[in-house]
Design a protein around this ligand. Structure first.
Ligand SMILES: [Mg+2]
Length: 220
């Protein structure tokens, strides 16, 4: 067979292989990335749960779109103070529902290196680990890191719902990528827009998985 013809056939075969990449190949490409996953706002629908408790305890009804910054407060109610008060109760911890789509996505990601990194206080760790075993049994690596210090965790990617964590993380290493799981409280004027080539904005797990594929593709 003439060289030109052989070359064209090989080229077509390579293009076909690239186009025909199935989920299995995509999964293999994602292997090798170390991915850190936040709990509240990423795996756990913490804000929905806390707003229900606020309604019960104070008779005031707010919705998620009202919570427009990390340190939101209204009528003398501070959301993070309420969250830390409630998380001290293991029964409350177990009542927090998982974020839509998170269980299916984590099941897919789990055969590679996925670690949980949370700013929840150590007094909630036992109940939180029980909650993880119930909803995400494959997640066994657990790190506590205060807000703004998650860049100390050894990982290539951080998925988090607060801009300050993503900014600290990507700023620490130009090869790192951050996925901001975006909620109404996610943006707090931390200059995240300065890191456009390192940050993905996703508001659901389906787009998080696409971002991870994209990151893995860039590294191959
Ligand atoms: Mg969070």
């Amino acid at each position: 067979m003439p060289f030109e013809k052989r070359f064209i056939m090989q080229y077509r075969l390579d293009s076909f292989k690239k186009r025909a990449k199935g989920p299995k190949e995509q999964f293999q490409e994602r292997r090798g990335l170390k991915i850190a996953v936040d709990i509240d706002g990423v795996l756990a629908d913490q804000v929905s749960a806390v707003l229900q408790e606020i309604e019960k305890d104070y008779g005031r009804k707010y919705c998620k779109s009202d919570i427009n910054r990390a340190h939101w407060s209204a009528d003398g109610i501070e959301i993070w103070a309420e969250i830390s008060r409630l998380l001290a109760d293991p029964e409350y911890v177990m009542r927090v529902p998982p974020i839509e789509g998170s269980q299916k996505a984590i099941k897919q990601l789990c055969k590679q290196d996925v670690i949980v990194v949370t700013a929840r206080r150590p007094n909630t760790e036992e109940a939180t680990r029980r909650w993880l075993r119930e909803h995400f049994p494959c997640l066994t690596q657990y790190y506590h890191a205060r807000t703004g210090t998650k860049h100390n965790i050894p990982s290539d990617v951080l998925i988090d719902d607060l801009d300050m964590n993503i900014v600290e993380f990507v700023r620490s290493d130009p090869d790192r990528r951050g996925i901001l799981f975006q909620h109404p409280w996610s943006l707090n004027g931390t200059g995240i827009e300065d890191y456009g080539d390192q940050v993905y904005y996703c508001s659901q797990w389906r787009s998080v998985m696409k971002a991870i594929d994209d990151i893995a593709g860039d590294r191959n």
